[in-house]
Design a binder for this molecule. Structure first.
Ligand code: C5P
Length: 265
């Protein structure tokens, strides 16, 4: 079996390898990075997980739970430890508030900040403007959350197929100045074709070797699949956080990413 699940000699492998080569040529010519989501309740647990992953992971994602608990103090500690930080606040408010919040986030010297794209480009543009005071800060537009499916969206009156919604929001976010997009693995190929040079950040990653627990992620793929389709950053939380050996789990994912690049050489 190769890393895409096809056996050597099968046509599927040839086709898969060719389409992978094309995806990688279009977008992530370098390497696909792993971002570990520090989805833990407080500073102590975050620093403990970061310590266990030291030397294995260089990019951490801090989300709402941890930011609410430990905030800028923890971010400063992680930045001082030379980690790259992705602050996943998914800003969603009126433009003036989002602009000012993005400016304050920039003061924290993080590398990535997220903003929702679902309420139109003016909010996204305000976020980009606020972040522009800090040239190292990249704004990522969240297209459609990876936990959502068609049924859930139709409960709030959205009947458009998810892929179309992602395409529309991505287009609008890029026009508004976003540096990158957050999407599910299922939309990576489409967005890679549509926006060849945009950073694609992809949660909803579930390694085939992980425990098959049911959780809230609806649109998922393995690290190898998401990499082959053209993701630049894979966001992984529970499969690493909940592992008995988080560093070992991170290494397996990194090896899986490398195997995709090795396979197409
Ligand atoms: O535990 P799991 O691997 O599902 O973690 C995924 C992380 O990515 C979570 O921190 C979640 O907040 C975040 N995320 C997501 N879907 C998005 C954007 C961010 O799952 N569209």
């Amino acid at each position: 079996m190769n890393c895409f699940g096809a056996r050597p000699g099968e046509d599927a492998m040839t086709n898969q390898t060719e389409s992978t080569r094309q995806s990688l040529q279009r977008g992530n010519r370098g390497r696909t990075k792993l971002a570990v989501a520090l989805d833990v309740p407080g500073q102590e647990q975050a620093l403990e997980l970061a310590r266990r992953l030291a030397g294995h992971v260089g990019l951490f994602k801090v989300g709402l739970e941890l930011f609410a608990a430990a905030g800028p103090t923890l971010i400063k500690k992680l930045v001082d430890m030379d980690y790259e930080i992705f602050l996943d606040l998914k800003l969603h408010d009126i433009p003036a508030t989002v602009r000012r919040a993005a400016q304050r986030v920039g003061d924290l010297h993080v590398s990535y900040l997220t903003v929702h794209t679902g309420d139109g480009p003016t909010i996204v543009q305000a976020c980009v403007e606020g972040a522009s005071h800090h040239p190292e800060l990249k704004v990522l537009g969240v297209t459609v959350l990876t936990s959502l499916d068609q049924k859930e969206l139709s409960r709030v009156g959205i009947e458009r197929p998810i892929e179309e919604l992602v395409r529309l929001r991505a287009e609008s976010a890029i026009r508004a100045g976003c540096h990158g997009l957050v999407c599910s693995p299922k939309e990576v190929q489409m967005l890679r074709t549509q926006h060849p040079d945009t950073t694609l950040v992809v949660p909803g990653i579930r390694p085939a070797w992980g425990e098959a627990k049911r959780d809230d992620q609806a649109r998922v793929a393995t690290p190898a699949q998401a990499t082959a389709w053209g993701a630049n950053v894979l966001v992984v939380g529970r499969p690493i956080r909940d592992s008995d050996d988080p560093a070992g789990a991170a290494d397996r994912i990194t090896e899986e990413i490398s195997s995709v690049f090795n396979e197409i050489r």
